[in-house]
Design a protein around this ligand. Structure first.
Ligand SMILES: [Fe+2]
Length: 342
């Protein structure tokens, strides 16, 4: 039984112009692993996969990269692709991969039971495996959470009382695009454009990563932001005195925006059963291993969340429409541009 090689794990900067073996994963004369995973998910995967290998005897190797680049690569490699599993961090990207024909339908009662219906493809071409929330964070010295609009918390940030106090993410980030796409899907374009224009009118400070937002809120440079929940968990783990709290957005309305990391079996895989076994394991026995390392939420309702997340209690999430998100990313970028969000 062989663990995923360290070489594979350190091949993080994925040399996208080369083949997997060209990336230094395989030594001369070394057997390739049973399953090759093309992954856009960069967080602490190795331990979970080592446990999978331990339990099943199936070995795994990775090629890491940006999701759009990996999808292009799968498309270009076609039937010759060494990939067995495609893993990525966005529902819209999973839907797009399925639409582009690179993922094979998987019929698995185990996965159907473990993964709620809106977190997987109706045809089984991809399954959500970890869930993240994109919600409102704030400095408790500057904000009383009763000041937030509980029915539409994202839209409520257009109130003039937040002027000069907001920081958010840039338009190039998939997290921003999927949030805006989900709000277009939910409220329509006009209302969403009004909302973003309201943020801009409030002089929103647009930042290039979620951690910068959290640092700015902690420092009091801004009072309120929108980030993925696990960045705050990570920061709090390092610094329990961080002056940032989390507010579950829109709990009296549509619920908090969520997205999934997920995976599908590649159409041209020569080990589809082993690849399917990996997906099943990640959604069940390996679910805690897979999600806790990044403080994400399990998709499987039978699995308890990471104890670190208990402080924030449960929340209602906005249902996910992966197909709509995938189709609306272009519209989301246009809308942000039209609103002058930059
Ligand atoms: Fe992230």
């Amino acid at each position: 039984m062989r663990r995923p090689s360290l070489v594979a794990a350190t091949c993080v900067a994925a040399v996208l112009a080369t083949t997997v073996s060209g990336c230094g994963v395989l030594g001369i004369g070394e057997e390739p692993a049973d399953i090759q995973v093309y992954s856009a998910r960069h967080y602490d995967l190795e331990e979970a996969f080592a446990d999978f290998t331990e339990e099943t005897g199936i070995t795994v190797e990775f090629l890491y990269g940006d999701d759009a680049e990996l999808l292009e690569r799968l498309k270009a490699e076609g039937g010759e692709s060494p990939a067995d599993v495609f893993m990525t961090v966005d529902a819209g990207m999973l839907a797009n991969a399925a639409d582009r024909g690179v993922l094979a339908p998987v019929d698995s009662p185990e996965l159907e039971q473990a993964v709620p219906a809106d977190l997987r493809d109706p045809r089984g071409r991809w399954y959500g495996l970890a869930m993240r929330a994109r919600t409102v964070v704030y400095n408790p010295d500057a904000v009383d959470p009763s000041e937030f609009d509980t029915s539409d918390t994202y839209g409520g940030l257009t109130d003039p009382k937040w002027r000069g106090r907001l920081c958010m993410r840039d338009t190039t980030e998939a997290y921003t695009q999927s949030l805006i796409a989900s709000l277009i899907d939910l409220h329509g374009r006009e209302k969403t454009l009004d909302m973003v224009e309201g943020w801009v009118a409030n002089d929103v400070d647009v930042m290039s990563n979620d951690v910068l937002e959290l640092e700015a809120i902690d420092a009091g440079t801004c009072d309120v932001g929108i980030t993925n929940h696990y960045y705050l968990a990570r920061e709090l783990e390092e610094n329990p005195d961080l002056d940032v709290d989390l507010f579950w957005a829109s709990q009296d309305g549509a619920g908090t925006h969520t997205n999934v990391s997920g995976a599908g079996v590649v159409e041209s895989s020569d080990s589809p059963k082993k690849a399917q076994r990996l997906l099943e394991w990640l959604a069940t026995d390996g679910q805690s291993d897979f999600v806790d390392g990044n403080h994400e939420y399990p998709v499987n309702p039978a699995v308890e969340p990471d104890p670190f997340l208990e402080r924030w209690g449960g929340f209602e999430r906005m249902p996910i429409d992966a197909e709509a998100y995938g189709n609306l990313y272009g519209d989301a970028v246009d809308l942000l541009d039209e609103a002058g969000y930059k």
